[in-house]
Write a protein that binds this ligand. Structure first.
Ligand code: BGC
Length: 884
């Protein structure tokens, strides 16, 4: 029936309305708090006609929404520009702080016809510079070892009618903001972690609806976060150069109906007190004594005569910028799968899957009852939580007062209460609840929240293989578990911004999630951390740890690889341009230290199975990758001399690697182990004439290993691509779908819902159950089976490279990715001996399709045979092919 309706709609030429959609400013929908002087505006053309494209656009920007929707912009009005671009940086009058701008976009379609109504959106500027802050940074001024979190409050009164109100709050540490008894917004763990002594983030809220005429109260709770790191671990964060008692700065800007503006600020008039949060560590957990709650602390009529005064403090840095990015949220609520009561003081909750986030318990009990919530990724055979895979970096002497992944809650005895920590998160599947007096819990007493940077999903994979579907879901769960305003290695043991893990996972991230804002922020963290000589630390942000260990090009190539991948996926060169000087300093530094083109600086193929690959081979390969990206960036940014210089350096490095490691007769690198073959193949180091030979050797060695992996993390990034890009897709698929040790599938058949840190699920160490560093398999599903790849000559999927592989073992496979132009669909299924392939190319983009037809099969479209060629060029629209 549905089908028939669609046919009719097409017969009569009825299509969905044509318009501009997905209008964003700085990659956010109608954001407030934009500090960029030339914010980027992006949009998509929604037009499902075959060949749909945008032939021209016109942008209108102004502060009057009605005028803007009528095409009059007082701040910027472009002419009709004949161009198909959907990304433009604002270039009108100088933007003013605290101002809401409306912008509209008019488009002309493929026939040069103006699309009826323009689409309108808005963005609002923030403080636009540190000079506009009116408040002081304030703190309770206790010593850094003081355990309880401080609460702050202030009341103010107004007789006038409030038209609009904005709160701007910057914090060193973590904050929660309250107005008149209600938490403002749904963010968690704000602000995002930065190197506090170099850059601080502030968050903007529209609080118009939270204020009232008359008396108002503002409350702030400060947590330690990474600023006043409490736990003692091996990375010295407790000795961070920025460490201090948390502080904040707040401007509450209220506009009244008489046009006047009043700013209520953080200053000496605020009061402070301790409250029920008696301990909080971002690393380990939170401790809460409900008996110390002060009900009404955040409302106007509260007696605060016992509260203390505050102290003004120096700003942690003079670089305070807007947090213009997706916040962390409690994104998904997870209901307990099963609960086992061991006795009336011990319960074990199984959440059914491994996540990063928090648990929330609702319970009743006598005053003073102490309840401990211990979080773990696995259980011992006796059913109790086993943290031994992840707890070993925490100092042993402090564990009694600061237990690992554990919240401690003391009951007030005042009826049913709900507790969820505010300033901590953990990695876990199981929660053990113990108490010093009997308590009665049910399966419903505890829920969990999966927390992460709330980036919008942009990809999907669906196939006839349960294992592949589960691997995709597990990789995404690990990617998100490790996205907290910066990419981390794991949510339990470290929470560190390990560089290597993040660049390896960046394609998986970009295929699946709209994460540009997180990467742009993290690259600013890189720029903050780079030494003048170009060296970067292995973890970012850092307190100083990591400038001497683990920071060779195999890890810190983030500085080049992430801006490059963002360019490929978004078609936006800004990040590449912002990081250009940093990539150059980095590359120049390696060149100075290693003038031969070969470098031994790095960790090498971390967490391998058995074979070891020379560090010099993998590190030099990543050095080559960086120089190559630098050369390409130079070309894109119009730096001809640099382009020539770094292209020559890239050629030299490649030649040095091949001279030392490649046997030109056999195509074998070094001993020919999996990583040794894969890394040069994947990163474009193998001479064209030897690619087939090198890939055939790789395929043979995989077969000789009975289609099992023998790689660490650098090999795992490379191997599937090295095979499928060089005519060995079937071998790649056999590896990817393997389910005995060592393989990705081995984790899944053993119950994994996330990816692990070690191929060996019984490894005595280095076995976090939530690492993303082996996560390239997820991106590979898009690239090799769906065949969806960005085209670097027309990035941002302006032109899509489509080269699916119809591998034996799958009856059906579908990949979708929503890029800057809209949703790309690449879907195939086996019909008889042939393949039906359906593809959707979004409006205003094109695709180049290559079918694997070397087996003599022919390609048909609408029943008609197409000429044999290795590249079919498609306009926007939906198509169906048969390959048989
Ligand atoms: C981290 C990794 C990281 C590695 C570097 C580990 O402790 O968890 O994921 O890349 O160290 O050696």
């Amino acid at each position: 029936m549905l089908c028939a309706i669609f046919q009719l709609l097409f017969l009569f030429g009825i299509h969905a309305p044509v318009k501009a959609v997905a209008l964003k400013c700085e990659y956010l929908s109608n954001p407030i708090g934009i500090d960029a002087p030339n914010p980027r505006l992006t949009w998509q053309l929604s037009d499902d006609k075959q060949g749909a494209k945008q032939t021209a656009y016109q942008i209108t920007v102004g502060t009057d929404s009605l005028a803007v929707s009528n095409g009059h912009g007082t701040d910027w009005q472009t002419d009709k520009v004949n161009s198909s671009t959907n990304l433009i940086a604002y270039a009108g009058k100088v933007l003013q702080p605290y101002t809401k701008y409306f912008w509209s976009i008019s488009l002309w379609d493929k026939d040069g016809k103006k699309i009826a109504a323009p689409t309108i959106a808005s963005f609002e500027t923030g403080l636009m510079g540190v000079k506009n802050w009116k408040g002081y940074w304030i703190s309770d001024d206790h010593d850094i070892n003081t355990k309880p979190a401080s609460y702050f409050r202030k009341t103010f009164e107004t007789g006038k009618k409030i038209v609009s109100a904005r709160a701007y709050i910057a914090a060193a540490g973590l904050y929660e903001l309250y107005i008149n008894g209600k938490k403002v917004g749904d963010h968690r763990l704000d602000p995002m972690y930065t190197r506090f002594d170099r850059r601080n983030l502030y968050v903007s809220y529209d609080v118009t609806a939270d204020l009232q005429t008359g008396k108002n109260a503002i409350g702030v709770i400060l947590g330690n976060g990474w600023y006043n790191f409490q736990s003692i671990g091996v990375w010295d964060f407790e000795r961070a150069p920025w460490r201090n008692r948390p502080a904040f700065c707040l401007d509450l800007r209220v506009t009244y109906n008489d046009g006047s503006v009043e700013t209520i600020t953080s200053d000496k008039s605020w009061k402070t007190s301790f409250g029920p949060i008696i301990y909080n560590s971002i690393y380990t957990g939170e401790q809460y004594d409900a008996r110390l709650e002060q009900p009404g602390w955040d409302i106007a009529n509260f007696d605060d005569t016992k509260w203390n005064g505050i102290a003004n403090r120096q700003a942690p840095s003079l670089n305070i910028v807007s947090q213009a990015m997706q916040p962390i949220r409690n994104v998904e609520k997870i209901i307990c799968k099963s609960m086992s009561k061991i006795n009336d003081t011990t319960y074990i909750f199984d959440m059914g899957r491994n996540i990063a986030g928090v648990s929330q318990i609702t319970l009743n009990g006598d005053s003073g009852t102490i309840v401990r919530l211990t979080h773990a990724e696995r259980l011992y055979k006796n059913g109790y939580p086993d943290q031994s895979n992840v707890d070993y970096f925490l100092s042993i002497p402090t564990r009694k007062s600061d237990p690992f992944s554990t919240d401690i809650y003391k009951l007030s005895g005042k009826g049913q209460k709900t507790f969820m920590p505010r300033f901590n998160y953990k990695g876990f599947q199981y929660v053990e609840v113990t108490s010093n007096k009997p308590i009665s819990l049910t399966k419903e007493s505890l829920v969990a929240y999966f927390m992460h940077s709330d980036v919008e999903p942009t990809g999907s994979i669906n196939s006839s293989s349960e294992l592949i579907n589960k691997l995709w879901a597990a990789s995404n769960a690990s990617y998100l578990s490790n996205l907290f305003g910066y990419p981390t290695d794991c949510p339990q043991r470290e929470k560190n911004g390990w560089t290597g893990d993040a660049h390896i996972a960046s394609e998986t991230g970009l295929y699946n999630f709209d994460g540009i804002t997180i990467y742009e922020k993290w690259m600013a963290d890189h720029r903050d951390e780079q030494q003048p000589n170009g060296v970067l630390p292995s973890i970012i942000p850092t307190d100083g740890w990591g400038y001497e260990w683990g920071n060779g090009p195999d890890w810190t190539s983030t500085i080049a690889i992430i801006p490059w991948n963002v360019y490929l996926f978004y078609g936006d060169p800004k990040l590449l341009s912002d990081c250009y000087g940093n990539i150059q300093r980095y590359v120049d530094h390696i060149n100075e230290l290693y003038p031969t083109g070969l470098t031994t600086w790095g960790l090498g193929d971390w967490a391998p199975v058995k074979s070891k690959t020379p560090v010099e081979l993998t590190s030099s390969a990543y050095y080559y990758v960086d120089v190559n990206i630098l050369a390409k960036a130079a070309k894109i940014l119009g730096k001809a001399d640099d382009y020539a210089k770094y292209s020559a350096l890239a050629t030299k490095i490649k030649a040095a690697i091949n001279a030392k490691y490649l046997n030109p007769k056999t195509g074998i690198y070094a001993e020919g182990h999996q990583t040794e073959q894969s890394v040069p193949l994947c990163w474009g180091i193998v001479p064209d004439s030897l690619k087939a030979k090198a890939a055939a050797h790789l395929a043979d060695s995989v077969a000789a290993n009975n289609f099992h992996l023998d790689v660490g993390i650098l090999g795992a990034k490379a191997i599937l691509n090295a095979l499928s890009e060089n005519g060995q897709a079937q071998t790649a698929y056999r590896l990817a779908s393997q389910d005995t040790y060592p393989s990705w599938g081995w984790w899944i058949v053993n119950g994994a819902t996330t990816l692990y840190e070690n191929w060996n699920i019984n490894a005595p160490r280095d076995l976090s159950l939530n690492h993303i560093m082996f996560g390239e398999i997820d991106a590979w599903l898009y690239k090799a089976l769906g065949g969806i790849k960005p085209d670097e000559t027309q990035p941002g999927f302006k032109n899509i490279l489509l080269s699916p592989n119809f591998v034996t073992g799958l009856d059906h496979f579908e990949a979708t990715h929503t890029g800057p132009y809209g949703k790309i669909i690449s879907s195939w299924k086996r019909v008889g001996k042939g393949i039906n392939y359906a593809v959707t190319v979004p409006a205003n983009s094109t695709a180049s399709v290559v079918f694997p037809t070397n087996d003599g099969k022919k390609v048909y479209a609408n029943g008609k045979e197409l000429p044999i060629q290795n590249n079919y060029q498609l306009q926007a629209g939906s198509y169906e092919f048969e390959i048989k």
